[in-house]
Design a protein around this ligand. Sequence first.
Ligand code: ZN
Length: 165
Amino acid sequence: MRIFFLALASAACGFMLSACVKNTQVAESSTSTSTEDTEQSTEVVMPNSDCHNCGMPSLEYPKWVSRADDLYFCSPRCLMIKCMKDPKIKTATTMTVIEYYETKPLAVKDAFFVIGSDVTGPMGNDFIPFADQKAAQDFMAEHKGKKILRFADLTQELLNEALGR
Ligand SMILES: [Zn+2]
């Protein structure tokens, strides 16, 4: 019986000791230098790639994924919706959509968007982006598009029209 108690006591002692060591480590890391803080922030390897508007995993739609700096959107549609809800997004340094034919990133400010066409994105009616106006016009004729829109001209009315509301 006595041995049992001894064992218990030493186990408890060991536990307390390790708890104590742990506490010391926590204390040390909480007083870490700014260098370590930088290291911690780089541990967040990828920015959250879920659509900032609807929450869908945007990287699953490589032909539609749109970006405003490190914010991801599943489609130009979600990017436009969010820009109207939160105009701060428009101040992003880099905003890109994926060009419809080339399937490469295209600056939003350079894009010609066709709205009201029969081509839909991951969330339904979408803004179909083209690098040049002629391509947008041809696409519009072929796919029953309604309008060609530049990002700078986007209004709530045009957004509603694009979404078919
Ligand atoms: Zn979305």
